[in-house]
Design a protein around this ligand. Structure first.
Ligand SMILES: Cc1ncc(COP(=O)(O)O)c(C=O)c1O
Length: 329
């Protein structure tokens, strides 16, 4: 198996711990994997684990510019920009929509870094890939050596970051003497779920892993998960199609509400509950909707009393600073 050497950029291992008060409240055994603590406010969350592999590739290819895309509050765009600054590479962010009148949350943080930003009008997130290619061509014509960070950093390379994370989790589970019946996480562009699914196969886990989509349909996320897994097989030099899951990827798209980044009432309740019971912050775009799903699964008996459940906290709290306390909470 070919070895890829990631850059060491994240704080690892991230803590795995039990949520005692939430466990009691829900009558389940609830644990959390704190991937919101992979870095400081500029780099925390799931994206840095993928970027350890992707930025290593950019450095290897002697890129002097990295191009990354997302929404205005993109955790990926801000994290990539911050890592690029630290590595001495120029970041360019391609963001969907219009320049906001006031810079808040992640966009405020990226603005502090002085990142070059292009705004594009799109009707589907997939159009961001074309926009990044256009910017790349333009920069190449100006003599730069640009590197495009794939959409959501969800590709074969990025996926390896979450295979590693699953290995890390397995070591911690053995130490704690816990095996999970269920695992829940937010699944956007699918790379995190892909790495966790592949990692769970490599580690022989029987956990039922469910990705909760904050914007794409369940079939779109599943397609992306499989694409990431197949692409990763290429990087690992293993036979195409050799990673087989025990059952198909589970993605639930019924907690999106009115759309991406628009909090549902259940999501606000979930954010409030975790803050008030455990003093842990989750966000209204990704992790709040994933936690809302977990709470609903418990309420509907899809997670049974006493079952052991893991919640992957993939970060995103800086976006909370775009909300208004009196209005939303
Ligand atoms: C906080 C947070 N959680 C989860 C995700 C989903 O990760 P992925 O795109 O790998 O599915 C993202 C992606 O942007 C994110 O920012």
């Amino acid at each position: 198996m070919k070895q890829y050497k990631p850059l060491e950029l994240a704080q690892k291992p991230t803590p795995l711990h039990r949520l005692n008060r939430m466990s009691e409240l829900l009558d389940i055994d609830l644990w959390i994997k704190r991937d919101d603590l992979t870095g400081d406010i500029l780099t925390c969350g799931n994206k840095i684990r993928k970027l350890e592999y992707i930025m290593a590739d950019a450095v290897d290819k002697k890129a002097d510019t990295v191009i990354v895309a997302g929404g205005i509050q993109s955790n990926l765009a801000k994290t990539t920009a911050a890592l690029a600054v630290r590595l001495g590479i120029s970041p360019v962010m391609v963001l969907a929509g219009e320049k906001p009148y006031i810079a808040k949350g992640n966009f405020f943080l990226a603005s502090l870094l002085g990142v070059e930003t292009r705004f594009v009008e799109i009707s589907h997130p997939s159009e961001l890939a074309t926009a990044m290619k256009d910017v790349s061509k333009e920069l190449e014509n100006e003599g730069a050596r640009p590197y495009i960070v794939g959409f959501g950093a969800s590709n074969g390379l990025g996926t390896m970051g979450y295979v590693e994370a699953y290995k890390e989790l397995t070591v911690q589970m053995r130490k704690e003497g816990v095996e999970f019946d269920h695992q829940f996480l937010a699944a956007g562009s699918g790379g995190t779920l892909a790495g966790i699914m592949a990692g769970s196969i490599f580690e022989n886990s029987n956990s039922l892993i469910t990705g909760i989509s904050p914007w794409l349909s369940s079939s779109e996320v599943k397609e992306s998960v499989w694409k990431c897994i197949r692409e990763m097989e290429g990087f690992l030099d293993i036979k195409p199609g050799s990673i087989k899951l025990k059952k198909d990827v589970e993605v639930d798209d019924s907690y999106i509400g009115s759309g991406y980044g628009i909090p549902t009432r259940e999501c606000i309740n979930a954010i409030r509950k975790l803050a008030r019971e455990e003093a842990i912050l989750i966000d209204h775009t990704y992790t709040g909707k994933a936690m809302a799903a977990l709470l609903d699964y418990v309420e509907k008996g899809r997670v049974k009393p006493g079952e052991k459940v893991l919640f992957w906290h993939t970060g995103g709290a800086p976006a909370l600073f775009t909300l208004e306390a009196e209005k939303e909470f």
